[in-house]
Design a protein around this ligand. Structure first.
Ligand SMILES: NC(=O)c1ccc[n+]([C@@H]2O[C@H](COP(=O)([O-])OP(=O)(O)OC[C@H]3O[C@@H](n4cnc5c(N)ncnc54)[C@H](OP(=O)(O)O)[C@@H]3O)[C@@H](O)[C@H]2O)c1
Ligand SMILES: *[C@@H]1O[C@H](CO)[C@@H](O)[C@H](O)[C@H]1NC(C)=O
Length: 318
């Protein structure tokens, strides 16, 4: 009995130590204020997007929550206004799974907002199915919608001085690859809708986020706009909410024990959006508030250009 207690205490202590040493993520150190600045955060009604928007609002920025669900967005706005006292937090409808919606969002935004200082491409999902344009859902929302959104807002970013585009990718990109023939034939990154297929497509889409940022930096040379991609950490959010039962059975205990809260999950996004002096690192990938090397496939110039061109074609821009 006593031995069992000692073992149990040992396990608890080891776990707490692990939490303190490994699972604790660094905080964004910048104390930049954002009065007079305009920021867009996609998918800001929950998870990492919400904690990111809250921090930016606390710094005095005008924060646009670009979300697909009005009710969920307005609930988040109530929370953010209550917590920060900043009333310049507004909802603008954006469904990244519809190119028409992305275009309307951009039109709305460009009409009503004279500047754009920070664009945060944060929204993401792991669901099956297709977008209204017949593009694979994961590729369509995680990559293509953000690609189109960024391009439509690029002029405003350039006009606004030293502005930034921050795209939330994932370390899961390491499991990703990009099948261009599948994109051409099926407007998707892969076929199949099993849990495993969805996870694979998710990793492919996160590789797209990093390659997009890599190519965008090249195209932005000579402007004052810079861009960054990042891994937020393993974070407790709603991202698994549509997963099937058995996947939840596997992930729930792992998440409960090893994933950290969404405030920690926002820190690397905030670092990329705010930290002074990052400009020379445009196009790079960050994790734990510092720049990281990526695998060769995530900085492959040819693949990045090819993905850009395929994305333009799918968005009807070439
Ligand atoms: N959680 C992690 O451990 C982790 C790890 C690595 C990377 N990431 C990345 O972090 C980002 C944020 O994810 P999260 O973990 O915070 O997940 P989350 O809690 O599920 O939040 C995702 C957000 O994206 C929005 N969204 C989904 N589809 C959309 C669409 N078609 N149009 C507009 N918005 C849409 C969701 O809106 P609704 O509420 O309307 O669905 C929600 O606001 C994602 O890019 C994800 O890939 C997360
Ligand atoms: C970039 O910013 C610098 C310093 O503010 C300015 O002199 C320069 O004209 C800007 N360049 C472009 C292309 O806007």
């Amino acid at each position: 009995m006593f031995t069992l207690l000692v073992i149990a205490a040992g396990i608890v202590a080891a776990y707490l130590l692990l939490h303190l040493m490994v699972l604790k993520l660094p905080k964004c150190k910048s104390n930049v204020q954002l009065h007079g600045k305009v920021v867009i955060v996609t998918g800001a009604n929950t998870g990492i997007g919400k904690t990111t928007a809250l921090d930016l609002a606390r710094r005095g920025g005008r924060v646009i929550l670009a979300c697909r669900d009005k009710r969920r967005a307005e609930e988040a706005i109530l929370d953010i206004v209550k917590e920060t006292g900043n009333r310049e937090v507004v909802f603008m409808p954006l469904d990244l799974g519809s190119m028409q919606s992305v275009r309307s969002f951009a039109e709305n935004f460009l009409k009503s907002e004279p500047r754009l200082d920070i664009l945060i491409n944060n929204a993401g999902l792991m669901n099956g199915g297709q977008t209204v344009d017949g593009v694979g859902m994961i590729f369509g929302v995680n990559h293509l919608g953000h690609f189109l959104l960024t391009l439509l807002l690029l002029e405003r970013l350039k006009e606004s001085g030293s502005s930034r585009v921050v795209t939330v990718a994932s370390k899961g990109y390491e499991f990703g690859c990009i099948d261009f023939s599948c994109i051409d034939s099926h407007k998707d990154l892969g076929l199949g809708d099993s849990d495993w297929n969805l996870f694979e497509k998710y990793c492919h889409s996160k590789l797209c986020n990093i390659l997009f940022t890599h190519e965008l930096a090249v195209r932005l040379q000579g402007s004052n706009v810079t861009c960054y991609s990042l891994h937020p950490g393993a974070i407790k959010t709603e991202i698994g909410r549509y997963a099937r039962f058995w996947w939840k059975c596997v992930m729930t205990p792992i998440t409960a024990l090893f994933f950290v809260d969404a405030v920690s999950g926002a820190q690397t996004t905030l670092h990329c959006a705010l930290q002074e002096g990052l400009e020379s690192l445009s196009g790079r990938y960050f994790s734990s508030c510092s720049v990281q090397e990526v695998q060769a496939k995530a900085k492959d110039d040819k693949a990045a250009r090819k993905l850009w061109e395929a994305s333009e074609r799918l968005c009807g821009m070439s």
